[in-house]
Ligand binder design. Sequence first.
Ligand SMILES: [Zn+2]
Length: 83
Amino acid sequence: MYFEAIGAANHDLDDIELMTDRAVLEDLSDVFRGQGSMLVCHFCDDVSEIIAGILVDKESEKAWVLCGPCLRQVPLQGTLASQ
Ligand SMILES: [Zn+2]
């Protein structure tokens, strides 16, 4: 469902990278705050949820930010968690 939503359903999963580095996420949040905006989950648009990860499509160079609850529903999470 989520991969269809981001248009990545037909992509090789090797091209999708999940980034959950807290330091990177905090830096990114600071950048957004500095611009007077907020980092909001692309899937649920819930501003009260803290961003927990970023999905990066290396092929198309697109990225989507995800909150914790949405991140847990991404099928990649299980395979990447062990890395
Ligand atoms: Zn969400």
